[in-house]
Design a protein around this ligand. Structure first.
Ligand code: ATP
Length: 805
């Protein structure tokens, strides 16, 4: 199959990872891979036959090496990564690409694509492609090059264009045949065009997928801006109105509001009431100022309006705040900085996984299958009919235009409505608590184990929810030691205000377990009147939960709802596929590896062996390898042995042997800290150095505690809020269930003690005994781990098998 990939519409971070993923997965699966420059415009323009590019390179450099498939070696050698980055064609030949839009590419043409922002193959908005005549030209250009499969990465407009093209295709082919532009044989061969869409859009405005490529990076940029503005705002007691992108979609504004701890947001799907929003906003903000808040942040989506669809601009908000509340108010419009630049971790991972899925989808496509869009639901890559997704997206805009805002919100992904609820509960100060007195609880919060990004955000959200409902939130400082020392105090609305963007643990965290003195722990529960406990932490928190569960029969004071919200950079809590902090950690890893790789390339051909934390769980190492394009990953699950090392050395030597002579190239190896007790990072670095000879040098870096990250990532912050509020709902429900039972029987009720988990597309509560069944307590990880399959993908994307065998 000949596959072409193009990027269309507005650029977004992660589009380059799509191109890299499609090209590499395509080549490995035996396809010929092409790129189309400048989106649909490039398809319409095609290739000027008078402009010739150098022929495909057939020189065999590895004369002494037998490679099963010589054609594969060609695709590996083709280009050296300069293709399109500087507007010229591979091998540094400096030949301009003008006049050539549909170009065959090889393996190394997409080298170095992962950390680059925007789209290196160019994007455009094409008027011609909207016309039948333009699409006819596009069809001719594709058939001329023999291409029969297209991967399109763009927004809803681009994907609509894709579907129009596909549905018209048979007619276009007929027309071309009738006019004699193509032969009958060509018409027969190209009777069916295979298309798959990936959503590249910073707005996250596509229905039927949780996230679009580029949206997480845009959210990173917005949160960085909010975090920077917050300190100056607080210093001067100012108000800031931030305008963020999103014409018909308030996702960026909403998530930035949640992650940035904003005071008020304006989004198109849930507009404030016409004529009343000014008063409503001032009332909310004034209540925050009354309790002592020194800063005000209001986030306005580009397409914000009130219920009568009258636009609300940042300037309008500023005027209201200045005039009615007398606040020194400034407007900041973030504009194109939101398009991103360097992609964050998730905008490298998601497009890579989706690109591989796109190639698989094309290979499985038949004339009878619909065009698919590749999406993601919670943690699962999905295929959904492209037109259904586009239509549902269009329906959101329609619902807004018809002022049916409830419908508009319901058509977004489920996380959207939950985030709205989360924003409401974490930003509002209730004048009168929601719950009757007999339902109000004293809810304690404790951090257990090592710090992880999002622990503070989760606590802040739950504390604010508690205060909204009328519960009393209690901080237990310094873990179980702190409880025994009576280090327990109520938390206030203002006291947790700045916790959203704080890394580490504001409560203090350590590895002490309740078994240190379980009787005393129970008596402290009683003494402080604790009616519920939220444990936020990793495997230790889970172990603490198990110990508390086991002690419930003996100690009735422990028969209260107890939840564990997983938070650990290692992501080693059994059953759940995601723990808070792992996204922050992987962002820290990607940042460090970008710098390391740059140094590796700048000095000489050098292999860096990068050591990561993660305990006996190779999650961070494996996902980090996928997101940084590392060649080899060593995990504790697979260990390291001599056979493996022999093959790895063979791979490295062959890989460097193929590189263009005289061009320095950096490569990464990621090794989990405990992957082997014998083959340490130092030993391996020396081994690679020795074996690399004149081909490559080797150095080591240990990332250590830097991987705990500094400021939590927006994904960790927003997920912290969402999971924390779900945990609070669970606590309330379970407290009601327990209250129905006499004290003596409460320990028999197992439902009130559980872990909140993400499994595939679902968020699920799992009881302790079920968790224990799934846990490998000795190795402190789950018995089965969903991500282990991705080690193969790391190897596939560096052509390991082809080079080693
Ligand atoms: P963004 O979300 O950044 O706006 P988008 O993909 O929605 O991205 P559009 O400008 O709507 O951006 O569409 C990109 C291109 O897709 C258009 O310039 C046009 O070439 C093509 N396109 C859009 N809609 C259609 C259509 N109905 N028929 C044919 N082509 C279309």
């Amino acid at each position: 199959m000949k596959i072409a990939v193009l990027t269309s519409g507005g650029d977004s971070a992660g589009m380059n990872a799509v191109v890299r993923g499609v090209v590499r997965a395509g080549i490995v699966k035996g396809c010929e891979t092409w790129v189309v420059r400048e989106g649909y415009e490039g398809l319409v323009r095609g290739n000027d036959e008078n402009v010739q590019l150098p022929p495909y390179d057939n020189t065999t450099i590895l004369k002494d090496v037998t490679i099963a498939d010589p054609e594969f070696l060609n695709t590996l050698r083709f280009g050296d990564g300069t293709l399109l980055r500087d507007g010229t064609f591979g091998h540094n030949c400096g030949r301009s690409l003008r006049g050539r839009y549909i170009i065959r590419v090889g393996w190394d043409d997409v080298r170095g694509y992962l950390p680059q922002g925007g789209t290196l193959i160019g994007t455009a908005r094409s008027k011609d492609f909207r016309e039948h005549s333009g699409r006819l030209k596009a069809a001719f250009n594709l058939i001329k090059e023999g291409i029969d499969a297209l991967v399109i990465c763009g927004g809803d407009g681009s994907l609509t264009g894709a579907d129009v093209f596909r549905s018209e295709w048979p007619g276009l082919v007929k027309e071309l045949e009738t006019s004699g532009q193509i032969t009958e044989a060509q018409a027969t061969k190209h009777g069916h065009l295979k298309i798959v869409g990936l959503v590249g859009s910073i707005d996250n405005d596509m229905s039927m997928t949780d996230l679009t490529i580029g949206a997480p990076t845009a959210l990173h940029r917005i949160c960085e801006a909010i975090d920077s503005i917050s300190s100056t705002a607080a210093s001067h007691k100012r108000a800031f109105v931030l305008e963020v992108m999103g014409r018909h979609c308030g996702w960026l504004a909403l998530m930035a509001g949640v992650a940035g701890g904003a005071d008020f947001i304006m989004i198109p799907e849930q507009p404030p009431e016409a004529g009343k929003w000014q008063e409503e906003m001032c009332k909310a903000i004034d209540s925050h100022r009354v309790v002592g808040k020194r800063k005000t942040i209001v986030i306005v989506a580009e397409g914000a309006h009130d219920t009568s669809l009258t636009p609300i601009k940042a300037e309008d908000v500023k005027n209201v705040l200045s005039e009615k509340l007398n606040l020194d108010t400034r407007v900041t419009t973030l504009g194109h900085t939101q398009r991103g630049g360097r992609p964050c971790y998730y905008d490298r991972l998601l497009p890579t996984l989706q690109a591989v899925e796109a190639v698989n989808t094309l290979l499985e496509a038949t004339p009878g299958t619909p065009s698919y869009m590749i999406g993601i639901s919670e943690n699962k890559i999905t295929r959904v009919p492209l037109m259904d997704a586009v239509e549902m997206t269009r329906n959101v805009a329609k619902a807004i235009a018809e002022k049916d805002f409830a419908r508009a919100t319901s058509l977004r992904d489920p996380e959207f409505a939950e985030a709205l609820d989360g924003f409401y509960h974490t930003s509002q100060l209730a004048t009168e608590p929601d719950l009757p007195i007999h339902k109000r609880l004293r809810v304690a919060f404790m951090h257990v184990g090592a710090p992880a990004g999002g622990m503070n955000a989760a606590t802040r959200a739950a504390v604010r929810y508690c205060l909204y409902q009328g519960h009393i939130p209690l901080a237990i400082y310094n873990g179980f030691n702190g409880l025994l020392d009576d280090n327990v105090t109520p938390l206030t609305w203002l006291g947790v205000d700045n916790w959203m963007a704080r890394g580490g643990s504001e409560l203090g965290t350590n590895r002490t377990l309740p078994s240190i003195n379980i009787g005393q722990v129970a008596s402290k529960f009683q003494e402080h009147g604790i009616n519920a406990l939220m444990l936020i932490g990793g495997f230790e928190a889970f172990t603490a939960l198990v110990e508390l569960d086991e002690a419930r029969e003996a100690y009735p004071a422990l028969c209260v709802p107890i939840v564990h919200l997983p938070a650990t950079i290692s992501n080693n809590v059994p059953v759940t596929e995601y723990s808070l902090g792992s996204d922050t950690c992987l962002n820290a890893l990607v940042d460090a590896c970008d710098a390391i790789k740059q140094s590796a390339v700048a000095s000489r051909s050098r292999v860096f062996v990068v050591e990561t934390q993660g305990g006996k769980c190779g999650y961070i190492a494996t996902m980090g390898a996928l997101a940084t394009g590392a060649c080899i990953v060593y995990t504790p699950e697979d260990g390291i042995n001599l056979d493996m090392l022999r093959q790895d050395v063979k791979y490295m030597k062959r890989r460097y042997g193929i590189d263009k002579k005289g061009k320095a190239t950096g490569r990464l190896i990621i090794r989990n800290e405990v992957a082997s007790s014998v083959y340490s990072t130092e030993v391996m670095t020396k081994m690679f150095k020795e074996e690399g000879g004149t081909l490559f040098d080797s150095r080591m870096v240990s990332l250590g505690h830097t991987l705990q990250g500094n400021i939590p990532s927006p994904i960790d912050r927003t997920r912290a809020v969402r999971l924390s509020l779900k945990s609070m709902h669970f606590i309330e429900e379970q407290a009601e269930q327990l209250a129905k039972l006499p004290w003596k029987q409460r320990w028999t009720y197992k439902g009130a003690i559980a872990v909140i988990t993400i499994q595939g597309t679902k968020v699920k509560w799992v009881r302790v005994e079920e968790m224990v069944e799934q846990a490998d307590m000795k190795n402190r990880r789950g018995k089965t781990q969903w991500w282990t399959k991705y080690k193969q993908m790391v190897e596939m994307l560096v052509a390991r098998e082809q080079l080693v065998n």
